[in-house]
Design a protein around this ligand. Structure first.
Ligand code: C5P
Length: 216
């Protein structure tokens, strides 16, 4: 009906950072707060969708009507995303760590006086968005995010092609967007680019949902 335009649709969303352990007490992560992804999950639930939100470690309450799966690492996030399929729409908002430590030390790595620092060997994490684009259960509408600090549209369009998704929501993170309350986005699709004014993250979420509803 009119008030629940996404009724019967499953929307899969990733949000937040991932946390890649080095040893029992240390990890690699990033400044993502999860706020934009959580706002999108809330807006999708308000539009009547069945929402699965795969969340990295964040300090945010679960939006009403959203089924949340908490994960820590990129590999766990990938498994949770695959486990949640099929989905009609997937919106990959998480800031997935590009790398993880090649091996996780069983015990806390000790500082040793006079010794050279042991190098930290990193390996690449899987690209969850690109993997979903090639998956046999690829969602009908697949949306990625891209945090950029320069040449926003050019970089976003290159990602759209490389990752074979349908839209890229590019945000300019050169200022205080990461972790902040507002977002400044470009929506890059095969049809062209929309530039939205700087808006509170919940408003970006509502507008994005409106655009999704028009599309499907
Ligand atoms: O290449 P970049 O990390 O900028 O791409 C960002 C987009 O790709 C986001 O939608 C992010 O959620 C997704 N991504 C992913 N898995 C990764 C890296 C990025 O799903 N390992």
């Amino acid at each position: 009906d009119q008030h629940r335009p996404l009724h019967g649709k499953h929307v899969l969303i990733t949000a937040g950072p991932t946390r890649e352990p080095i040893d029992p007490v240390r990890y690699i992560a990033n400044r993502s707060s999860g706020r934009q992804g959580f706002a999108i999950a809330a807006a999708a639930a308000e539009a009547g969708a069945q929402v699965t939100l795969v969340a990295g470690p964040v300090h945010l309450p679960t939006p009403a009507g959203v089924m949340r799966v908490d994960v820590e690492t990129a590999l766990e996030m990938e498994a949770a995303v695959h486990g949640a399929l099929p989905a009609d729409i997937a919106i990959m908002v998480a800031a997935v760590a590009d790398w993880r430590a090649d091996s996780r030390a069983e015990q806390k790595i000790k500082k040793q006086k006079g010794d050279a620092l042991a190098p930290l060997e990193l390996i690449e994490n899987p690209d969850i968005l690109a993997g979903l684009a090639q998956h046999e259960k690829r969602p009908g509408l697949l949306i990625g995010f891209a945090a950029e600090t320069e040449k926003i549209e050019e970089h976003a369009r290159a990602k759209l092609v490389k990752k074979a998704c349908d839209w890229i929501v590019a945000n300019d993170v050169s200022g205080d967007v990461m972790g902040g309350a507002e977002n400044s986005v470009h929506i890059v699709t095969a049809d062209g680019t929309e530039i939205w004014e700087r808006l509170p993250k919940p408003e970006v979420a509502r507008r994005l949902l409106r655009k999704i509803i028009e599309e499907i």
